[in-house]
Design a protein around this ligand. Structure first.
Ligand code: DAH
Length: 332
């Protein structure tokens, strides 16, 4: 059968899977050449019919294997072409790529940490998963204190919890009894809160200074915080407002004159002219007792990093720090 050789050559020359399928149909389809050969077989008898059938079957097998081979070859070829066309040159510089240099929270952390490193503080870290003793008990937070409530703190089933403030690091540092202590402790904290000024995870920096004797006073605390806040916010007024924290006595909250209206009164400072920026105080004796320190004195403070970043960069929704929106992040 002459046409078989020609068709096999055609199969070999075919360049696409689509035209290969056309050829396959022209051979094996309803009106295909091989189909036709089998129909014509009916016209023959006896030995010649047998002989012819054998011939057709051999041709059929040859065509089938030629088709299979071509199909494999073309499939691989098309895949290779597809991969070549879709290849991305990652070494190609496209210019105009947006570049971000840091997250506003990290930049604020760095600025705060830089100040305290310059003032001879060292950095301490503590675990994010804490126990009740270090988070509350040793910090003189009584059993009925609202901060201990399930409403405010994330608890695990075994009584452990996600620390709701960085103050447990105070306790862990004092437990080592390596005086003098002069540390800050930056890190994440967790509370069951979510609105434009709260998120369930945020960051604080804790400060603690302790030494033997009664040399460390509120005056030392006031001095360093005033210097620090001027470093952070520039030319501002600062006031210490009497307040309460279980772990300090006396305690204060610190306000700075509103950096937006310069103290005249605006929406951000709720027309008071002042912005609250941190809490602080002289370490309560009950805290020293809890860690077994005697005849020592010290001060502590704690601040929220997001609060500082919101003021420094005029961001009014705290949650936007964690939304990874490039339109915000590109500005840093
Ligand atoms: N732990 C307090 C809070 O999360 C912040 C704080 C206030 C820390 C006064 C202190 C301090 O060390 O002296 O709200």
């Amino acid at each position: 059968m002459k046409w078989v050789e020609n068709t096999i050559q055609n199969i070999k020359d075919t360049k696409t899977l689509v035209s290969l399928e056309d050829i396959r149909l022209s051979i094996f389809g309803k009106k295909g050449l091989i189909t036709n050969e089998f129909i014509k077989l009916k016209e023959l008898d006896g030995e010649s019919k047998k002989e012819r059938a054998k011939q057709i079957n051999t041709s059929k097998q040859m065509l089938e294997s030629a088709l299979l081979e071509a199909k494999e070859k073309l499939t691989n070829l098309e895949l290779e072409q597809k991969m070549n066309n879709e290849k991305i040159d990652t070494s190609l510089f496209k210019g105009n790529l947006s570049q971000t240099y840091g997250h506003p929270i990290n930049i604020t952390f760095d600025k705060i940490i830089d100040y305290f490193i310059g003032a001879n503080f060292t950095i301490s870290y503590g675990p994010l998963v804490e126990d009740d003793f270090h988070s509350f008990e040793a910090l003189n937070l009584p059993k009925f204190h609202p901060a201990r409530d399930m409403q405010d703190t994330f608890y695990f089933n075994d009584g452990m919890l996600l620390r709701p403030h960085t103050s447990p690091v105070q306790i862990r540092t004092m437990e080592n009894k390596n005086l003098p202590i002069k540390i800050i402790s930056p890190g994440a904290v967790f509370r069951r809160d979510y609105d434009i000024t709260h998120s369930p995870m945020f960051h604080q920096v804790e400060g603690l200074v302790v030494d033997n004797g009664n040399g460390i006073s509120f005056a030392n605390l006031k001095h360093i915080l005033e210097d620090f806040l001027k470093y952070m916010f520039g030319d501002i007024k600062i006031r210490f407002r009497s307040s309460f924290f279980p772990f300090t006595e006396p305690s204060a909250e610190v306000d700075i004159s509103c950096i937006f209206c310069k103290g005249k009164g605006c929406r951000v400072c709720k027309n008071t002219g002042w912005l609250e920026v941190l809490g602080c105080g002289v370490v309560n004796n009950n805290v020293f007792n809890a860690v077994g320190l005697k005849d020592v004195s010290g001060y502590a403070f704690g601040l929220g990093v997001e609060r500082f970043a919101m003021l420094l960069y005029e961001v009014n929704d705290l949650r936007s720090f964690f939304e990874t929106d490039l339109r915000l992040l590109e500005q840093f």
